[in-house]
Structure formats: structure tokens, C-alpha cells
Design a protein around this ligand. Structure first.
Ligand code: PHE
Length: 456
């Protein structure tokens, strides 16, 4: 196919990453976010701790890395948003997968921004006396009081969404790359310091055991589905975020190597976040299954036990908010790239319109911790339900389509694209192909059917 390339091998007229390191950091910025620090510990706590961790790791390093590489390949070969890339490379019914992805991104961004808003609020609260609470239990009461307020969380949600839109407006490279280069490594260091504090708290040992000593008799299909959904959510897979980022990629970048870096980075961040939160939960006799508020209850209690705790707390919540921002930007970018590429909308209009829509769609998620607490379906509140539908159903469906497309439809072209026509080392080429063709579609479908309770 004739490509309209510029001198650097880049397609003309679309944004481009500055450097390979810039791309890896941007993709890692998409992956590392609330999924690691907010969601991973409470989902692990809710699903048996160590058993969940083992299943999670197994999924990440088989299915996860394969889906990520498949997304980069589709994006770089298709040079479009997910819908456009599938249209261009496959046609037929394939673009449906892209539409599922765009929809999933919009749902996720809606509640993601609500939680990111809590993070912003906690920056201010940490600086203004939050840590003076008498005991760990009262942090639970503080969080409940704040999150059930009708208006205040919505203001933070609006502010966070405005930041996200502002970055996406400026375009991929200028907006996204910069924030990832310095700030992510800082978040990492801070998490490591916190982990040291948490595991040395009196009583933390039972939490370490809960997190690291698996009891496989507790394994259920629901836990496996939770791990699958969490893996896709945390690695930003199944909805085309990585297809979109791959589409801004020059053809000379080594994809398989990048995938391993990004996955390793993301997994380490989640693992360390679990090592902060779960031991602390046990040390303070809190409930590991406390749900979405878990980090906002546990971490302040940890900070209160540290010298200069307030300084650490403010810094931590600032960094977490920025990590969330580098993820929310990639969520918004998928929808925006779709409206720009496929509907010819100006970037500005698309960013504002999709951002405004997601703000509105996030309102019920926010209220579901307060006024609308009793609105439930299948025993889940609105925020949980949005998360469950997007992460545990839509992302797996999208992922099946992505690996099947690469394994069966693209054929040899996929391998050539992944290895840069053989320019890059790709020792796991054969394994990748096998996983894309057989292991991932079958395993993901099987987990989905079992976890949703559709089997027997
Ligand atoms: N991976 C991000 C996080 O862990 C969330 C995300 C999901 C971003 C899907 C993009 C796509 O916070």
C-alpha cells in the first residue's frame, strides 16, 4: 500500500511521538494510573488477595502482553483511531470492535474522572488537617462524608475533566509526553517509600500474608474474571487506547521491546501499591473488601504514622492525580481521534464535546456514593456497574476481536509490522502468534463465560 510518509517514515498530517522513550513513557503513562493505585488494591482485597495476585500476573504476562503488541501493530499499520484502523485494514464487521472500544473509553472516563476528582480533593484535605484524625477508623468516616456530599465531589470531577480536555486540545505530543517523563518515576519512588513504611507497621504481617501467600482453594471463576478485567483496565487494553497511541508511532520503533517495558512498569506499580495498601489495612484492622474508598481510607492512616506525613500526603496525591491525568488523556484521545479521523470534526470541538459528555455521564457515578446509594442492579451501585460493564465485559470482548484480527486476518503482515520487517529482535514471535490465534481468544472467552455465570 502506498503510504503518504514524511521524511521520518511518519504519516503526514497526524501527530507523532518525539522519541522512542517518549512513546514508551506516554504509553506507560496511559497504563499507570488509578488502575494501579486505587483499583488494584481494592479489587485484590475483594478477591482473596494472593490468589488474585497470582492469577493476575499469569494473565498479564500471557494474554496482556500479546494484546498490547496486537494493539500497537493494528495502530501502526492502520494509522488511525480504532474504528478507522479496523475499517482500513479489515473492513466487514471488524470496525464493530472499534466502536465497542470507543464506547468503553467513554464509560471508563466518566467514572475515572470522578475518582480522580477525589484525588484532587485529597490534595487539599491532606494539607488542611485531614491527618489529624484520632484513629484509622475515622478516615473511613471522613471519606464517607466527603464522597456522599452531593456537590463537592462533582466540582472536583469537573476540574479534573477540564484538565484532561485542556491537554487533549493541545494534541498528542506536546500535551502528553512531557508530564510522563519526570512525574511517573517520582510516583514510583514515593510508592516504594510508602511500602517500606506500611510493611513495618505493627500487625502488618498478616496483611503481607494475605497478599503474598495464596490459598488456591479460594479460587472461583469470579476471581479469574476480576483479574482479567483488572489486567485489561490496568494495561489500557481492549478499547483501542494503545491502537490510537500506536498510530502516532514512527515505523522504526521496536514494538516487542516497548511492550515488555510498559507491561513491566505497570505491573511493578500495581504490585507495590498492593504492598502499601493491604499490609496497612491489616495493621489498622480495616476491611480489605471496603471497596472503592479503600486507598482514601488506608493511605491517610499510613501518612499519619510518618514523620512529615502531611508533606508526603500532599505530594503523593498530587502525583497520583497526575498519573490519573496521563491515563484519562488516553481515554479521551480514543473518542477524539475517532471524531477527528472519521467524522472530520475539529480536534477542539471533539475534545470539548466528548469531555462534556463524560462529565455528565460521571454525575450518576458520583452520586452513587451518596444520594443514589440505593440505586443498584445485580447488587452493584452505579459506579461499580459502569466499571464492571466496561472493564469485565467490554474490554475482554474488544480484546478477543483485537487478537483474532491480528492472528487470523492480518497474518504475515502482523509479524512484519511487529518486528519492523525483521529489523528488531523478536524472540517471542512464535509464541505471540500462537497466543493471538488460540490461547487468548479461547481463554478470554472461557473466563468471560465462566465469570459471568453463563456456564452450567
Ligand atoms: N490504565 C489506566 C489506569 O490504570 C486506565 C485506562 C484504562 C486507560 C483503559 C486507558 C484505557 O489507570
Amino acid at each position: 500500500m502506498a503510504r503518504n510518509d514524511t521524511a521520518e517514515g511518519a504519516p503526514a498530517g497526524r501527530g507523532q511521538w518525539g522519541t522512542r522513550a517518549g512513546f514508551i513513557l506516554a504509553a506507560a503513562g496511559s497504563a499507570v494510573g488509578l488502575g494501579n493505585v486505587w483499583k488494584f488494591p481494592y479489587v485484590a482485597g475483594d478477591n482473596g488477595g494472593a490468589v488474585f495476585l497470582v492469577v493476575y500476573l499469569a494473565i498479564v504476562f500471557t494474554v496482556g502482553v500479546s494484546v498490547m503488541l496486537a494493539e500497537f501493530v493494528i495502530g501502526r499499520a492502520g494509522e488511525r483511531n480504532p474504528v478507522g484502523a479496523f475499517k482500513r485494514l479489515g473492513g466487514g464487521a471488524w470496525p464493530t470492535a472499534g466502536y465497542i472500544g470507543v464506547a468503553a473509553g467513554i464509560i471508563i472516563l466518566s467514572f475515572y474522572s470522578v475518582v480522580a476528582g477525589w484525588t484532587l480533593a485529597y490534595v487539599v484535605k491532606s494539607a488542611t488537617g485531614l491527618l489529624a484524625a484520632p484513629d484509622a477508623a475515622s478516615y473511613g468516616a471522613r471519606f464517607a462524608a466527603f464522597s456522599s456530599e452531593p456537590v463537592e465531589p462533582l466540582l472536583w470531577h469537573a476540574l479534573f475533566m477540564a484538565f484532561t480536555v485542556a491537554i487533549v486540545l493541545r494534541g498528542v505530543k506536546r500535551g502528553i509526553e512531557f508530564s510522563c517523563v519526570v512525574l511517573l518515576p517520582m510516583l514510583f519512588v514515593l510508592l516504594a517509600v510508602l511500602a517500606v513504611r506500611a510493611v513495618t507497621l505493627p500487625g502488618a504481617v498478616s496483611g503481607v500474608e494475605f497478599y503474598l501467600a495464596p490459598d488456591f482453594s479460594k479460587l472461583t471463576p469470579g476471581i479469574v474474571l476480576a483479574a482479567l478485567g483488572q489486567a485489561f483496565f490496568s494495561l489500557s487494553l481492549g478499547m483501542g487506547a494503545m491502537i490510537t497511541y500506536g498510530s502516532y508511532l514512527p515505523h522504526r520503533v521496536n514494538l516487542p521491546g516497548s511492550v515488555l517495558w510498559i507491561t513491566g512498569f505497570d505491573t511493578l506499580a500495581a504490585f507495590v501499591a498492593g504492598l502499601v495498601v493491604l499490609p496497612a489495612v491489616f495493621a489498622f484492622s480495616l476491611d480489605p473488601a471496603a471497596g472503592p474508598g479503600l486507598v482514601f481510607i488506608t493511605l491517610p492512616a499510613v501518612f499519619a504514622q510518618m514523620p512529615a506525613g502531611e508533606v508526603f500526603a500532599v505530594l503523593f496525591f498530587v502525583l497520583l492525580a497526575i498519573a490519573a491525568l496521563t491515563s484519562s488523556v488516553s481515554l479521551l484521545e480514543v473518542g477524539v481521534a475517532y471524531f477527528v479521523d472519521e467524522r472530520g470534526m475539529p480536534r477542539r470541538t471533539a475534545a470539548i464535546a466528548v469531555g462534556a459528555f463524560c462529565f455528565l455521564a460521571g454525575i450518576p457515578a458520583s452520586l452513587s456514593l451518596g444520594a443514589w446509594k440505593d440505586v443498584t442492579l445485580f447488587g452493584k451501585g452505579i459506579l461499580d456497574l459502569m466499571d464492571y460493564a466496561a472493564s469485565n465485559v467490554m474490554l475482554p470482548l474488544g480484546a478477543i476481536a483485537i487478537v483474532a484480527f491480528v492472528g487470523w486476518r492480518m497474518g504475515g503482515r502482523a509479524l512484519a509490522e511487529a518486528s519492523g520487517n525483521g529489523a528488531h529482535p523478536f524472540a517471542w514471535a512464535g509464541a505471540w502468534r500462537f497466543v493471538c490465534r488460540y490461547v487468548a481468544p479461547i481463554a478470554v472467552a472461557w473466563i468471560l463465560i465462566g465469570g459471568l455465570g453463563l456456564r452450567g
